[in-house]
Design a binder for this molecule. Structure first.
Ligand code: SF4
Ligand code: SF4
Length: 364
């Protein structure tokens, strides 16, 4: 818990640096009324519930709220510390949350603690309803008795802004949704799904942080999602198709050296007419960036096929959904990032692939 308290001190410094103000009115701690949710990780839940709440946990609000005041102020979670109702610092807060949430995931791995990402009221209610021998996160979820989790599974999602998904609040990002699905579907496994997405990155730039963000975590599965930014019109940063293939190979080879399974994701569709690259000369030959990026998708498909790696072709799934419904339902107005529905499609495909991989092991 010392490491977690040091972590929270760093969060406080980062939040102070962006000039966040909160008058502690407590409105945002009544989650249903405010219209949002608070998720906590295993470690955060352990510290927060080190002292039980005085009031019984009710649905949709924090059990540690007494009147307007927080009765757990020095133990409160990352989300409590970073969120503010002021829109002025919203982007900076999202970036702080993403950065520290990723570090929090590493903290679990470093200390050998299974990572779970739980809805606070549901987790607090489940803990309050269980006996003292069941106060282990993961044994009770959403108030429903579950068998003890006997295995662990660490998944790192390594990619660009599609993986980071900071355009959505944390509970609606596909990486979080995969975590939710694995919590439900792998009842005997404590799964930790860590988001190592970094907005705007090419595969070349991703390689520079492979050791720190992926290999040091010692994951069982690595989801690799790059390709869109490799096609950037910026001459200094663009990555050719050959180098892109080499980078996938380097990432995959290093992951397999630590016995991690690699799953390749394709880059989502781009709506040329909406995207800021839509009229750039660089894409004249292909008549737009989407067809240009398709070459990178094809390279990723080929690489996965040639090296017998799992391919999760989210581009095709998203294209199909956009055709059936509408592009607006899947892609945000910036022409590339995903709506909540788009995030759900990716999460479903990724969770299905992971569960399918796990099944033979659990059947042994
Ligand atoms: S722990 Fe405190 S700050 Fe966080 S939601 Fe509960 S009452 Fe609010
Ligand atoms: S963030 Fe806003 S709503 Fe939440 S306690 Fe502070 S002032 Fe109140």
């Amino acid at each position: 818990m010392v490491a977690l308290r040091e972590f929270y001190a760093d969060v406080a410094a980062a939040v102070a640096a962006v000039g966040q103000t909160c008058r502690a009115c407590g409105a945002c701690c009544d989650f249903d009324a405010y219209g949002h949710r608070l998720y906590v990780t295993t470690l955060e839940l352990a510290l927060l519930t080190a002292e039980p709440p005085a009031a019984p946990a009710g649905p949709g609000r924090c059990p540690y709220q007494h009147g307007a005041a927080c009765a757990a102020r020095d133990r409160r979670a990352l989300g409590c510390r970073v969120f503010s109702c002021s829109q002025a610092a919203a982007d900076a807060e999202q970036a702080i949350y993403a950065r520290f949430h990723e570090r929090l995931g590493r903290l679990h791995a470093e200390h050998g603690i299974p990572y779970l990402y739980l809805d606070l009221p549901a987790a607090a209610a489940a803990l309050a309803g269980g006996d003292s021998s069941s106060r282990t996160a993961g044994r009770h979820t959403g108030g429903r008795d579950m068998p003890p989790r006997t295995g662990t599974l660490t998944v790192v999602a390594f990619g660009d802004s599609i993986t980071q998904a900071s355009h959505q609040e944390a509970p609606y990002r596909w990486v979080t949704l995969v975590q939710d699905q694995l919590n439900r579907r792998l009842s005997d496994t404590a799964a930790a799904v860590l988001n190592a997405g970094a907005g705007g990155e090419t595969s070349r730039e991703g390689l520079r942080r492979l050791q720190r963000d992926v290999l040091d975590v010692r994951p069982d599965i690595v989801l690799v999602e790059f390709g869109g930014n490799d096609a950037t019109p910026d001459d200094g940063r663009q990555v050719g198709l050959e180098e892109f293939g080499d980078n996938l190979h380097l990432i995959s080879t290093e992951c397999r050296k630590i016995h991690a399974q690699v799953m390749i994701l394709t880059f989502p569709p781009i709506i040329d007419a909406w995207h800021c690259w839509g009229r750039h000369d660089r894409y004249a030959e292909t008549n737009g960036p989407n067809a240009h990026v398709e070459r990178y998708r094809q390279a990723a498909r080929r690489y996965a096929c040639d090296h017998r790696l799992a391919l999760i072709d989210i581009a095709r799934l998203l294209e199909e959904a956009a055709r059936k419904d509408s592009p607006q339902s899947i892609i945000l107005p910036d022409g590339v990032h995903l709506t909540q529905a788009g995030n759900r499609i990716v999460a479903q495909a990724v969770a299905d692939a992971i569960v399918a991989r796990q099944r033979p092991l659990s059947d042994v």
